[in-house]
Design a protein around this ligand. Structure first.
Ligand SMILES: NC(=O)c1ccc[n+]([C@@H]2O[C@H](COP(=O)([O-])OP(=O)(O)OC[C@H]3O[C@@H](n4cnc5c(N)ncnc54)[C@H](OP(=O)(O)O)[C@@H]3O)[C@@H](O)[C@H]2O)c1
Length: 255
């Protein structure tokens, strides 16, 4: 398995919640960090400080990923921080309610821009960066996209989100096959881990019976899946569902 020590990771949406947990887990493995944030600058600076206390280099970088220009600017700022990037974890996301009856093209475009096209732009730039630095740059660069267990399901309450995550799922497979061997691209598809921002744990409790394990997942379980994907150099194009088996049920999400 590849060592993470001395590598440089960009974690989008790294100020809070899943992105924060993954970033700090990588820091414990010795990975230098660029913590991306949109609005949560103070929290991102806090994560960077916590990572530095673990003995790695870490900086916080802000960018609105609501368009390709934001992702491009983020990549350039991130390269400016430590001169290289070896690993990207695409965790930043929006999770908005929308239905077939009411969804607008603006909602669909916004979800796709942030949840799928920003990761695509970062992946393309990583591939170009790795190409420029050549074979001396070390092991394959690596990307982990945070997907959602409902990519194999239907979620009638979050249509635009659902479409964007399905697009990111396809992009994971497409980029994995096109960018090998220079860049490995994998996905982690969480199920019930944290309630959406603004909701409490009753959200998870109400839904936990919908997965075969009848339980709620943890941040540690997500971090372990990410760590496996970034260290196992023979794995690309893989999706790990961390969802208590929810993806096998094949019915409507949340019902
Ligand atoms: N939570 C779960 O149980 C669960 C389940 C399934 C899938 N997932 C997936 O796992 C990933 C992490 O989940 P999470 O719940 O930790 O995510 P989250 O809290 O909903 O969002 C993560 C971050 O995305 C950033 N973000 C939102 N809009 C942005 C924009 N326009 N530009 C740049 N950044 C933006 C925010 O950064 P700022 O705070 O800095 O603004 C936010 O903190 C997501 O991709 C999510 O879809 C999570």
């Amino acid at each position: 398995m590849a060592s993470l020590a001395g590598r440089v990771a960009l974690v989008t949406g790294g100020a809070k919640r899943i992105g924060r947990a993954v970033a700090l887990d990588l820091a414990k493995e010795g990975t230098d960090l660029i913590i991306h944030y949109n609005r949560s600058s103070a929290e991102a600076e806090g994560v960077a400080a916590e990572a530095r206390s673990l003995g790695v280099h870490a900086s916080a970088v802000g960018a609105d990923l609501g368009g390709a220009a934001g992702a491009a600017a983020l990549f350039e700022k991130a390269i400016g921080a430590f001169g290289r990037i070896d690993l990207i974890v695409n965790s930043a996301s929006i999770f908005e309610e929308s239905t077939l009856a009411s969804v607008t093209s603006e909602e669909i475009h916004r979800n796709i821009d942030i949840n799928a096209l920003a990761p695509l732009e970062l992946i393309r730039r990583l591939a170009a960066h790795v190409g420029e630095r050549g074979a001396a740059g070390g092991p394959a660069a690596c990307v982990v996209n945070l997907l959602d267990a409902r990519i194999v399901d239907n979620d009638r309450h979050h249509l635009a989100y659902h479409l964007s995550k399905r697009m990111l799922f396809s992009l994971t497979r497409i980029t994995a096959s096109e960018l090998a061997p220079a860049v490995r691209v994998n996905g982690v598809a969480p199920g019930l881990i944290l309630p959406p921002p603004g909701r409490d744990d009753s959200y998870l409790e109400d839904l936990k019976g919908s997965n075969p394990m009848g339980s709620i997942g943890t941040l540690d379980q997500i971090c372990a899946a990410v760590r496996f994907l970034v260290t196992n150099e023979f794995v690309t194009g893989q999706i790990i569902y961390v969802d208590g088996g929810r993806h096998m049920k094949g019915s409507f999400y949340g019902t």
